[in-house]
Design a protein around this ligand. Structure first.
Ligand code: PAZ
Length: 353
């Protein structure tokens, strides 16, 4: 009966498209368990803009972003996985606490067939370690992370500068005694929390933004927490300015259809647009029933508190966690909408070991 799916989707889509928005909205509110399937169907039929209207999103530069920058191929799969995860949460007897943890940096492609891209420093340590803590506290965790960045429990053995993968084994292929205790423990925890953890990936800033919006719409009305530790680029090359093929270093091979990238002296000139501020959409519409925790990274200590406070004022969400690049692994400052104080959390050398 798999052949029937396209017909069913077509039928449902036609039916839903004809419903007035208000009716659609009521339908969604009253039929929570079916909402995920509905959004999935709409998304599959490339009708995400109507999902936005259902969720009362206005026509802002942020919404226009999604009309002008194409949906990643992997998005349907991501929505399907999230819907299944949410449906399992619905079935479980206890009232599940759910958190979305975003983690790692986003890449900014400079070409559509991407050879070159701009990236950032984030390794995903904060996101992966926070995801572990949420699991320990009984949360179900959707871990939206940069592909190949650090993952909960695995992070202890990934990307180490001192130990390479094969060092974990002795010459007989057995686990080297030095690492056995920690490996066994992390394997135990990873198996224990397997069903509580949904791993989703992104690479580019476009993947990330589409994923965030879709997941937020799916999770809203579930009293979730959004814990946004990913380092998302502030600048990107919009799709209509992205050269199709690798930027050529010699001007005679330049792609004439889009903007030229080399100036008269043969220098590469990049023209990046600001990434719209999606935190506002998240707080006001996509996830307006959720608790939102955003992060602020600075390198200048004089700016950190000012910028963190500004973020709270601008977006009206619940919590901003500030950190400085150099000291991010040992201290953070927490600012909340409720109090005017800054609360610093600092780890001792002992705790850091
Ligand atoms: O991933 P990591 O552990 O190396 O770094 C964490 C972090 C600094 C990216 C995170 O704590 C953070 O501040 N994220 C938001 C960055 C920003 O957009 O300002």
């Amino acid at each position: 009966h798999i052949y029937l799916y396209p017909i069913i989707i077509q039928f449902l889509n036609n039916f839903l498209n004809k419903l007035p928005l208000q009716t659609l909205n009521n339908l969604i509110i009253k039929n929570q368990p079916y909402v995920y399937t509905y959004i999935l169907l709409l998304s599959m039929s490339s009708n995400m803009s109507r999902v936005s209207s259902v969720c009362d999103v206005e026509d802002t530069p942020e919404d226009r972003y999604f009309l002008n920058n194409p949906k990643p191929e992997s998005l349907d799969d991501l929505i399907l996985k999230t819907s299944n995860f949410m449906n399992n949460c619905n079935k479980s007897e206890n009232n599940d606490k759910i958190v979305l943890v975003t983690s790692g940096g986003t890449s900014v492609p400079l070409e559509n067939n991407t050879v070159r891209f701009i990236d950032n420093f984030s390794a995903g340590t904060r996101g992966a370690s926070s995801a572990e803590q949420f699991l320990f506290k009984g949360y179900k965790v959707i871990f939206l992370h940069r592909e190949f960045s650090l993952q909960p429990f695995n992070r202890h053995f990934m990307r180490s500068t001192n130990v390479s993968f094969l060092d974990y084994f002795d010459s007989n292929g057995e686990i080297a005694p030095k690492y056995k205790k920690e490996l066994v423990e992390m394997k135990r925890l990873s198996d224990l929390y397997k069903d509580q953890l949904l791993m989703l990936t992104f690479t580019s800033v476009n993947d990330y933004l589409w994923a965030l919006r879709s997941i937020a719409i799916l999770l809203n009305n579930r009293n979730c927490i959004f814990y946004l530790a990913a380092a998302v680029s502030d600048f990107y090359v919009p799709y209509d300015k992205l050269p199709e093929h690798k930027i050529q270093s010699r001007s005679e091979f330049q792609d004439e259809s889009k903007k030229k990238h080399l100036n008269e002296s043969g220098k590469l000139v990049l023209d990046l647009d600001p990434v719209p501020k999606f935190l506002r959409n998240l707080v006001q519409t996509w996830a307006n029933n959720s608790m939102i925790i955003s992060f602020k990274l600075e390198t200048d200590p004089n700016l950190l508190i000012v910028k963190a406070k500004q973020a709270l004022e601008n977006y009206n969400h619940q919590l901003v966690i500030g950190n400085l690049l150099d000291t991010r692994n040992r201290e953070v400052v927490i600012l909340s909408e409720k109090t005017d104080d800054e609360t610093w959390i600092r780890m001792t050398d002992e705790e850091l070991k």
